[in-house]
Design a protein around this ligand. Structure first.
Ligand SMILES: Cc1cc2nc3c(=O)[nH]c(=O)nc-3n(C[C@H](O)[C@H](O)[C@H](O)COP(=O)(O)O)c2cc1C
Length: 192
C-alpha cells in the first residue's frame, strides 16, 4: 500500500489563521497525513480571527503535538515527512527559523525540515517590513525555505474573501510540491 504523504503544518501568531484552516482542509481532501503544531499565540490568533478553539483546531489534523513536546516524532530527521508549511508565519518565528534557534517543537520541526533538505514553506505575514524582517527572509531563503508572503492574487477576480483564501492555499500546496487540482490556474487572459 502507498505510504500517505506526511505534511507538517505549523500555525503561529501572525494574522491570517484562516489560511491554515483552508490548507488543512485541502490536505484532508488530498488524503495527506497532517502533523499539526500550534504556538501559544497561534492558538490565540486562531480563536480571535476565526473563532476556532485549540480543541477544535486539533480535529483538523491527523496528529497534533504540543509546542513544548520536543521529543515528538517531527522533532527528528529520521521521521520522514514530505515537507512543512508554517501558516501563518510570524516575524518572531521567521527570526527563530532563520537563526536556527529551535526552542519550540514548531521551530525545531522547521529546522529539521531544512537540514533534511525537505520543502519548508513560510507563509509570512507582516506589513510594512523592517530590514530585520527582510534579512531574516533572505537568510531563510538561502537556507532552502520558500518564503511566501500571505499575499493573494486578484487575477481570477475573486468574489469573496473565502475564494481568495482557498486559491492562495492552493498556491501553498504548489510551493510544498503537493500535486492537486483543487484551484483554478492561470491559463492566459483568453480563458478567464
Ligand atoms: C491579533 C494579533 C495579530 C498579530 N498579527 C501578527 C502578524 O501579522 N505578524 C507578526 O509577525 N506578528 C503578529 N502578531 C504578534 C505575534 O503573535 C507575536 O509576535 C508572537 O510573539 C508570535 O509568537 P509565535 O511566532 O511563537 O506564534 C499578532 C498578534 C495578535 C494578538
Amino acid at each position: 500500500m502507498r505510504e500517505p504523504v506526511k505534511i507538517v503544518v505549523g500555525i503561529t501568531g501572525g494574522s491570517g489563521a484562516v489560511y491554515a484552516l483552508a490548507l488543512l482542509r485541502q490536505l484532508r481532501i488530498l488524503e495527506c497525513e497532517t502533523h499539526l503544531v500550534v504556538s501559544r499565540m497561534g492558538a490565540y490568533v486562531m480563536d480571535h480571527e476565526c473563532g476556532v478553539s485549540l480543541e477544535e483546531l486539533r480535529t483538523f489534523a491527523d496528529r497534533f503535538y504540543e509546542d513544548d513536546d520536543l521529543a515528538a516524532p517531527i522533532s527528528g530527521g529520521s521521521f520522514r515527512t514530505f515537507g512543512m508549511a508554517v501558516v501563518p508565519c510570524s516575524m518572531k518565528t521567521l527570526a527563530s527559523i532563520a537563526g536556527g534557534f529551535s526552542e519550540s517543537l514548531l521551530t525545531r520541526a522547521a529546522d529539521v525540515t531544512l537540514k533534511e533538505r525537505r520543502r519548508l514553506v513560510l507563509v509570512t505575514r507582516e506589513s510594512p517590513l523592517s530590514v530585520i524582517h527582510l534579512e531574516n527572509m533572505l537568510a531563510a531563503t538561502r537556507a532552502g525555505a520558500v518564503v511566501m508572503p500571505a499575499s493573494p492574487g486578484f487575477y481570477h477576480r475573486p468574489e469573496s474573501v473565502a475564494e481568495m483564501v482557498v486559491s492562495f492555499s492552493g498556491r501553498i500546496l504548489d510551493a510544498l510540491g503537493v500535486e492537486h487540482n483543487l484551484t483554478r490556474r492561470w491559463e492566459g487572459a483568453g480563458t478567464q
